[in-house]
Design a binder for this molecule. Structure first.
Ligand SMILES: Cc1cc2nc3c(=O)[nH]c(=O)nc-3n(C[C@H](O)[C@H](O)[C@H](O)COP(=O)(O)OP(=O)(O)OC[C@H]3O[C@@H](n4cnc5c(N)ncnc54)[C@H](O)[C@@H]3O)c2cc1C
Length: 758
């Protein structure tokens, strides 16, 4: 028994932790940074003030994680972020296709708890720090659940707290609010009337109980729904992320006024529910109950800290290259009116760029606090650029670069900025690619990768001459295009069947993208017109065009509701059909037509359809597409770019395999295999139900043999992109044979990459 006598003031116990990297904030950025760093061998303390991980992606807020794929509503093909954020989203799609936020919480907790190098402190808030000169020496934190104080010491710190608590307390230079147009020459910089900050939002979930449910609103609920100019947009079936426009606080201090903003949002949420339940306008709401209301608001914007570079509008729109690129973004520039729900302006003003854009390393450390990394929405960007880089998959992707940079800092005993100053940028980029990060226009060099020196052969290689016409016919409404990767040289003839019931004309174009490696078909190469007669017509496109470099071409079949074309049920890695269609969720109205003076490009959207739709167009080619060679597995790129970058077996190969042969025996302790989990799939983490748990292109079963034909590894039921295989004793061999099973009859086996390390 403890019996405390009356005494003096007491103190809580103090726990001191010495570690390599202290990360404040366990949102998706903090998590991806922590796990990536831990896997590099760093000891990490991850401090999260809430009881679950995930920040805005957690069950406390319930936003779906998105990034460059943008709900599949823009022209960023194969743009889901790689590395850890990919691993988490693929895992969530496998375990939780219904998008249950509680299950997503459990996956995040699971992933972090599997890392022995991470000390996770939940319910622990960082509130103070110590500094010596221009460096942080320790942060102080407190956990109210165990009444314990923590003193966290490290040579390196990462602020992933959303509001930038560590940056703020340590005196790091920051900005809050919108820059003028003049400061960075950003034509899209908002006027004062539109506002300086994006506001907070609170979500609610409703549930059908199957019997009548009454609702008596709390006294603080909004009384007059008409104070919300767009109140007619509410409907009884929408909840969660769909109501992102319940936003408020853009004219307040989004840090210190957060509690006031939250009360206003509660007022709105309960008022909206009162309107839905009690106005009589929604009889279908009779059996609905309010299942959940957010307790903490989702925060969009507050402080942005200054690094050695500030990302700006032009970097995004022009997809500018940077010597020190470490990640990419691809969400639209997405600004909101500061009055949020009380504004009569549309809830957002989104403008896309023609493709993904690189993000430089100089944006992810403080320019004046020398051992402070920045991750999440606080990275160094202008208000306009932040409007794109802030989304969670992008933030988390950038945070993975913090982790690798921190590992390099530890190895070389240097500070974040020294990576640039002492020419270690290439090292950082290579290490990142090694962990699954795709950085536009960069590829893995062969340093240490023994697969790069191997002679690669395969049982077969797909020579794509035909996408057989075995699917339903597709009406050309909307317009459709087939993307095909061709090498430099003459484009082959392309033939397909078109059906119509009356005389009509099929308009065809061949297009490419003006920027290598992007997928906006903005450059016509040739146009053709084919008069069609009732019945099935054989159409042959004979382009007399020579490509000077490998790239995707778009066979564009213009909209004509009188015409149907044959489809194929075959799905092949790197082969995709796209449609000139509308996706209002991301301001895609088929064509982007910005006002002239805002520095945004006009262009058309050509996007894939979600499965089970999204079939390829059936066609035959006079010469095969040859890009699926076995040597692709060592070309240092693990997703389609200007080519599929994958070995794809012939569909009829009964036992496909790829072999790596060395002249001298090699010893391998680690292998990484990269499979196709469809980088076009956004894998929204919550709310949205996905029709599949395993991507159709993904090899599920494979066996690896050594040069004595002994099995050294066998996997069944794979669903992950990257399989990292560790052989503690090392495998010494002159040959590795990787035998794979086709994922299905209609999808041949594909492998993006094989890496072998000693
Ligand atoms: C309504 C709304 C809709 C949005 N829509 C989308 C969308 O559809 N998809 C998308 O990807 N993004 C969306 N965003 C943007 C996105 O959610 C944020 O930009 C993103 O969460 C930023 O990530 P972060 O890791 O920086 O911050 P957060 O996700 O906020 O994570 C920061 C974490 O740090 C913790 N923390 C804060 N202070 C401390 C402290 N002192 N000590 C310890 N821990 C601390 C917080 O509790 C939190 O868990 C939206 C945002 C809002 C508000």
């Amino acid at each position: 028994m403890i019996k405390a006598e009356p005494g003096d003031k007491r103190s809580f116990p103090l726990v001191t932790i010495n570690t390599d990297l202290v990360i404040t904030g366990g949102g998706l950025s903090g998590i991806c940074c922590a796990i990536t760093a831990a896997r590099q061998g760093l000891k990490v303390a991850l401090v999260q003030d809430r009881s679950v991980l995930g920040g805005n992606a957690s069950s406390e807020v319930r936003l779906w994680v998105l990034g460059a794929t943008s709900h599949m509503g823009n022209n960023n093909r194969w743009a889901r972020e790689g590395g850890l954020v990919d691993e988490i989203l693929v895992e969530n799609t496998y375990r939780n296709p219904e998008g249950n936020p509680i299950i997503f919480d459990s996956i995040l907790l699971d992933k972090v708890k599997q890392e022995p190098n991470i000390e996770l402190l939940l319910n622990t808030v960082v509130y103070d720090l110590n500094k010596k000169d221009d460096r942080i020496t320790a942060v102080k934190a407190y956990c109210s659940q165990n009444q314990t104080e923590y003193y966290l010491k490290a040579p390196l710190f990462c602020d992933a707290s959303g509001d930038g608590v560590v940056g703020f307390l340590s005196g790091a230079a920051f900005r809050m609010g919108a820059e003028s147009k003049q400061e960075f020459n950003e034509p899209f910089a908002p006027t004062e009337e539109y506002g300086e900050l994006l506001g907070h939002s609170l979500y609610f979930y409703s549930k059908d109980t199957g019997r009548p449910v009454k609702f008596i609103p709390p006294a603080f609920a909004l009384q007059d729904i008409k104070t919300i100019p767009r109140f007619r947009s509410f409907n009884a079936k929408e909840y969660g992320c769909k109501l992102w426009w319940i936003e408020y606080g853009g004219r307040m201090d989004t840090v210190h006024d957060t509690e006031k903003i939250k009360w206003e949002l509660w007022k709105v949420v309960y008022g909206v529910w009162d309107y839905i339940k009690n106005s009589g306008n929604f009889p279908e709401s009779e059996t609905l109950t309010l299942e959940w209301v957010g307790m903490i608001p989702g925060k969009r914007e507050s402080r942005r800290f200054e690094g050695d570079y500030i990302l700006k509008q032009q970097d995004i729109v022009e997809q500018r290259q940077h010597e020190d690129s470490i990640a990419f973004g691809g969400w639209s520039i997405d600004l909101h009116p500061a009055d949020g729900i009380y504004s009569s302006a549309p809830g957002c003003n989104q403008w896309h760029s023609k493709g993904i854009y690189p993000i430089p390393y100089r944006c992810i450390y403080s320019k004046n606090v020398k051992n402070l990394f920045l991750a999440g929405r606080i990275i160094s960007s202008s208000h306009v650029a932040f409007a794109s880089s802030r989304v969670m998959a992008t933030s988390a992707y950038v945070a993975q670069a913090v982790a690798i940079a921190a590992a390099l800092c530890k190895e070389h005993q240097c500070l974040p900025a020294d990576i640039i100053n002492s020419n270690k940028t290439a090292l950082l980029q290579q290490e990142l690619i090694h962990t699954g990060q795709f950085i536009p226009d960069l590829q893995l060099q062969d340093t240490g990768n023994k697969a790069a020196q191997a002679t690669i052969t395969a049982s077969s290689e797909l020579k794509l001459l035909e996408l057989p016409a075995d699917g339903q016919f597709l009406t050309l409404n909307p317009a459709a295009a087939q993307m095909l990767p061709f090498n430099s040289g003459k484009i082959p003839d392309i033939s397909f069947s078109a059906y119509c019931e009356t005389d009509t004309v099929l308009q065809i174009e061949l297009r490419i993208c003006s920027r290598t490696g992007s997928y906006t078909p903005d450059t016509p190469l040739a146009a053709f017109q084919y008069p069609l007669q009732p019945g099935v017509n054989q159409v042959s496109v004979r382009p007399d065009i020579v490509l000077d470099a490998e790239q995707y071409i778009f066979l564009v079949l213009h909209k004509n509701p009188a015409i149907k074309v044959a489809r194929s049920s075959q799905r092949i890695t790197g082969i995709l059909s796209v449609f000139n269609t509308v996706n209002p969720a991301v301001s895609n109205y088929g064509k982007q037509e910005p006002p002239e003076d805002i520095g945004i490009d006009p262009f058309e959207f050509w996007c894939p359809q979600r499965r089970p739709a999204g079939h390829n167009l059936a066609l035959t080619l006079s010469e095969p597409v040859n890009g699926f060679t076995a040597t692709c597995i060592k070309n240092g790129i693990a997703r389609p770019t200007t080519q599929p970058n994958a070995w794809v077996a012939d569909c009829k190969d009964p036992q496909p395999f790829v072999s790596l042969q060395w002249e001298q025996p090699v010893t391998i302790k680690k292998m990484i295999l990269s499979f196709d989990t469809d980088f076009d799939h956004p894998m929204e983490s919550v709310l949205m139900t996905h029709p599949e748990t395993v991507m159709p292109f993904c090899v599920r079963d494979y066996i690896i043999y050594n040069d004595r034909d002994e099995i050294i590894y066998e996997k069944t039921g794979n669903y992950q992109t990257r399989n990292v295989l560790l052989f503690e004793e090392g495998i010494t061999t002159t040959r590795l044979k990787i035998a794979v099973q086709h994922p299905s009859e209609s999808t041949p086996a594909a492998l993006f990459e094989v890496l072998c390390f000693e």
